[in-house]
Design a protein around this ligand. Structure first.
Ligand code: ZN
Length: 489
């Protein structure tokens, strides 16, 4: 009697509410999730930058991303492998499937998510008796034990539901209004396979509140790993970032890392980077700071990249590469300029990165396309600030009777006005970018200034242009003063 009572009390304390006072179905303490999200077949920004913070950031759960091929991923102390999607240009290979099956056999669990559009992801789900089929009817409902809120939230892009080969073998956690499964799991080997639509998870990397269905997911994940592979909390979860990725080209000052699946793209990426980087250095007038942007990692997506100081991640299919090269030149330049400008980001950090990208495109034979993109961007600001004398690049106005721009107009002003300014400077001094960065390296170290604000920026532009630019910047809407700049010239 005493024992039973203790179990009931501790289960209550763990769940923190009264709705589920039962002891865990298969006994023992609440299981913890040690998950690896493998990004080698598809780079999902949210999986890399938002998911951990939003969904697996507390308690004893652990989460990391895996960058090497699935068959080379260290799953030794993980109990769940997560696959958010698969690009059809890189379908799963036999070695991946074998690795996954061995993991399930030893009690590991697999989570397959899909937005329904990937044939390869569907094929993987079918391997385990589930498939993604078009059609979904709101609202969604969670099974009683997973119902943590009145309604299950579904992202607008969700268009698919699941069909299950042997429905009786599956536990369905979420259904749509017509009773179609949206999230379900089944036993495989000593582990389980969980299949669901991607839209049940948040996908906004920047929004910490985009944690839709969080409690529901936690209950599902716990039940999926329950009774499966045990993990060693002493050992923790092995961090498996790019240092584990299989291949590297180190040549001509470049250091490009890529997984086996991306080997066919690597040579073209190397060639375009080799052609672009010296041009960027010419435009910037100074070499990259040591250790900055020195490692390029190729990521399997068409959807962007990032710069994290030392590492630049590049989408291998950006702008229809390798069929077209113009956007890839702009993109490589953009990401590397983010590293180049450090230690201080610019007041126009995104526009300057793209602007240098346009200049690189011009030098590499894509003049017309670069001019077209520049003109389009500037046009966005012309609509709001026809004489270019109302706002600074943050949409602020210090003119009497002129309101600051609204939030949805800010993008147009920020990009358009910045580009317009750059073009005015280039008309007077074709090498202004190089002269600006030479000045910045000399006069704007972390010991020399406390911030690179608009005043210090205009001081550096003045040095680059060889004349006091404060009056001009004031005339085009900037509330700047030479006396407020830490940089003296
Ligand atoms: Zn950027």
């Amino acid at each position: 009697m005493k024992k039973l009572l203790l179990v009931a009390v501790s289960a209550l304390a763990l769940s923190g509410c009264c709705s589920e006072c039962k002891a865990p179905a298969e006994g023992g303490a609440e299981p913890v999730v040690y998950a690896i999200n493998n990004l080698s077949h598809y780079y999902d920004f949210h999986a890399d930058w938002g998911f951990k913070r939003q969904y697996l950031n507390g308690g004893e759960d652990k989460y990391t991303t895996g960058w090497s091929c699935i068959y080379n991923t260290d799953l030794s102390n993980a109990n769940m492998l997560m696959l958010f999607n698969c690009d059809d240009r890189l379908p799963y290979v036999e070695k991946d499937i074998n690795k996954i099956k061995a993991f399930l056999k030893e009690g590991g669990s697999l989570m397959i998510l899909s937005n329904g559009t990937s044939t390869s992801q569907n094929a993987l789900a079918e391997e385990f008796g589930a498939s993604f089929v078009e059609g979904v009817t709101a609202p969604l409902t969670a099974a009683e034990k997973y119902a943590t809120a009145p309604e299950v939230v579904m992202k607008g892009s969700t268009r698919h539901h699941l069909t299950l080969k042997k429905p009786s073998k599956w536990t369905v956690a979420v259904t749509d209004a017509e009773g179609n499964p949206m999230l379900a799991y089944t036993k495989k080997g000593k582990g389980k396979v969980l299949v669901g639509v991607r839209g049940l998870l948040g996908d906004n990397t920047d929004d910490i509140y985009d944690t839709i269905n969080r409690e529901m997911w936690h209950r599902v994940w716990r039940d999926v790993v329950r009774g499966g592979k045990s993990i060693d909390p002493e050992k923790g979860l092995q961090h498996q970032y790019i240092e584990c990725v299989e291949n590297k080209i180190q040549q001509d000052g470049l250091d490009i890392t890529y997984n086996d699946y991306l080997a066919p793209c690597a040579e073209a990426m190397f060639q375009i980077a080799k052609k672009t980087m010296p041009v960027v250095e010419g435009i910037m007038g100074v070499p990259l700071s040591s250790n900055m942007g020195s490692k390029i990692v190729l990521i399997p997506t068409a959807g962007g990249g990032y710069s994290a100081g030392e590492v630049i991640a590049l989408a291998v299919w950006w702008g229809d590469f390798p069929n077209r090269e113009d956007s890839m030149i702009e993109f490589i330049t953009h990401e590397s300029v983010h590293s180049w400008v450090l230690p201080w980001a610019e007041i126009w950090n995104e526009p300057i990165a793209t602007y240098v990208g346009y200049l690189a495109m011009m030098e590499l034979g894509h003049n017309e396309e670069a001019e077209r993109r520049l003109a389009n961007t500037i046009r966005q600001a012309t609509k709001l600030d026809p004489e270019f004398n109302l706002y600074d690049v943050d949409g602020k106005s210090w003119k009497r009777g002129v309101e600051d721009v609204s939030r949805d107009q800010l993008y147009g002003i920020h990009w358009g006005k910045s580009m317009w300014i750059f073009e005015q400077l280039r008309a007077e001094n074709p090498d202004w970018v190089a002269d600006y960065y030479k000045a910045k390296r000399q006069l704007a170290g972390t010991e020399q200034i406390t911030a690179l604000d608009a005043n210090n920026t205009v001081a550096l532009v003045s040095v680059a242009m060889g004349r006091d630019m404060f009056p001009w910047f004031r005339s085009i809407g900037f509330d700047v003063k030479r006396s407020k700049a830490e940089i003296k010239f």
